[in-house]
Design a protein around this ligand. Structure first.
Ligand code: C2E
Ligand code: CA
Ligand code: CA
Length: 443
């Protein structure tokens, strides 16, 4: 006969838990059942730092705290590692959200009690809850657990919330995620992904002096999927590296082709996902592109979003240095979009600061710039000038905004007022019409 209990925690084995839960769902009467799935962020750190024995002790303690004397508990099991699932009776007077808040508080208490013992580990208990009501009695136990697990994964991604309630809409999100991540490689091969170029304009001369490469995914039915939707998903799946390399390749090929045909070119900037910071293989990849395409390094710029510099300053610095060694420029993208990275500006050797479009948001009544934003933009631009960093404002949509930027000395502008991101053919026409010879930066 197989062992029915988990040796480490004394809880049911997972298979047995599923059977028990199945029965509980069938006999459920005037209450609901909450399936509570928890795991511990940074648990691996405890194992690595304090040893497996301490890790095991922590798990046993955690399980003891949540199960001992808990009269609402119906059954509990360790699914694997530090993943614990429990089913508890939920009285009808308690709302789903009140229960979620209760678990959240319990998790926080648990965290602070463990923090005393494992000071250096930022342990976080992440919980997903799925609630089964009488109407769901046909639900099988494995699906209920998988729903709670899905909510748990979302809880793990959040910084400010440790507990998430399952909602059927999450399944639609997952379906979309699977659809997108599973079709990305094929879409690249079949040409559904294209590079669009958004012009950058020099404030003083209103000349086209560069462009940003932005990815577009056009489905065979003609509909576009925009980066804001698919980039977060493929960042999670790791495929963003493949996508970024595709963009870099296409941009290098585009520039090399124009140089070969003796046509005007301008520097093109490409975006760098935070995923590159883990392995830094991007440097070798970019180097190989320079070798293959033999284009001048000043024709390529890299945009790293502000939060990358803040989250991982040391790695970001290495990356900037590596890119500088190849002769390319590096910008801080989305400056001011949420973090405060003013102090980093003086420490990091960046070449261009791209002020986020939030600064150019209209006020509530008209289309004028908000006074406070005006003050901030002008100070940032002044500071950039003193630090010898080129200033660029993105999201410029109106002539008033553009005039104001011109008044305060912002050097480059980008936004719908000048042009939306446009397909390559259209951008090439623009290059032929607008780039005067002295602006062409082929060395
Ligand atoms: P981002 O790098 O900040 O790019 C600027 C975004 O602002 C673009 O959205 C652009 O279309 C939009 N935009 C430009 N001018 C205006 C304007 O005047 N008003 C407004 N409201 N919006 C404007 P898009 O192309 O949808 O890209 C969204 C984000 O997706 C980008 O933000 C970037 O973070 C990411 N992204 C796009 N392409 C790539 C890529 O190839 N690789 C990586 N890693 N990320 C990319
Ligand atoms: Ca960008
Ligand atoms: Ca940006």
């Amino acid at each position: 006969m197989t062992e029915m209990k988990d040796i480490l925690t004394g809880l049911d084995r997972y298979e047995q838990f599923l059977e028990k839960l199945e029965k509980e769902i069938k006999i459920m009467s005037d209450y609901r059942i909450a399936v509570i799935y928890t795991d511990i962020r940074h648990f691996k750190y405890i194992n690595d730092t304090y040893g497996y024995k301490r890790g095991d002790m922590l798990l046993r303690e955690f399980v003891g705290k949540v199960t001992r004397g808990n009269t609402h508990m119906l059954c509990a099991a360790r699914v694997y590692s530090d993943n614990i699932v429990m089913a508890a009776r939920l009285e009808n007077g308690v709302s789903n959200n009140a229960f979620r808040e209760f678990i959240c508080r319990e998790n926080e208490k648990m965290e602070s009690s463990f923090r005393e013992k494992y000071a250096s580990a930022a342990l976080k208990f992440c919980t997903g809850i799925s609630i089964i009501s009488k109407d769901d009695r046909r639900l099988d136990s494995a699906t209920a657990v998988s729903n709670a697990n899905l909510a748990r994964k979302l809880a793990k991604e959040m910084d400010n919330d440790c507990c998430v309630l399952f909602d059927n809409k999450m399944l639609e999100g997952i379906r979309r995620e699977v659809e997108i991540t599973s079709s990305l490689t094929g879409a690249i091969e079949s040409g559904e992904l294209k590079i669009f170029y958004q012009p950058k304009v020099e404030t003083d001369t209103l000349q086209l002096i560069g462009a940003e490469a932005l990815i577009r995914w056009q489905k065979p039915d003609g509909n576009f999927i925009y980066p804001d939707e698919f980039i977060p998903l493929i960042e999670r799946s790791g495929q963003i590296v493949e996508l970024d390399y595709f963009v870099y390749r296409e941009v290098f090929r585009f520039i090399a082709g124009r140089i070969r045909d003796k046509k005007p070119v301008v520097p093109i900037s490409v975006n760098v996902s935070r995923a590159h910071l883990h392995k830094m293989e991007i440097l070798t990849y970019v180097e190989s592109l320079f070798e293959t395409y033999q284009i001048p390094s000043e024709l390529i710029e890299f945009e790293l979003t502000e939060s990358i510099y803040i989250e991982n300053t040391e790695q970001a610095l290495k990356l900037v240095e590596g890119l500088h060694n190849m002769g390319t420029k590096v910008s801080m993208d989305d400056f001011g979009s949420g973090y405060s990275s003013l102090n980093l500006l003086s420490k990091l050797p960046i070449d261009i600061i791209k002020l986020d479009k939030v600064f150019l948001k209209d006020d509530e009544i008209g289309n004028k710039l908000r006074e406070n934003d005006k003050i901030i933009i002008s100070c940032v631009i002044e500071m950039a000038r003193k630090l010898r960093i080129t200033s660029l404002c993105e999201g410029v949509e109106t002539p008033e905004q553009s005039d104001y930027l011109s008044q305060i000395g912002c050097e480059i502008q980008q936004g719908y007022y000048f042009s939306q991101p446009i397909p390559q053919e259209q951008f090439e026409k623009l290059l032929e019409e607008n780039v005067c010879e002295e602006k062409v930066t082929v060395s």
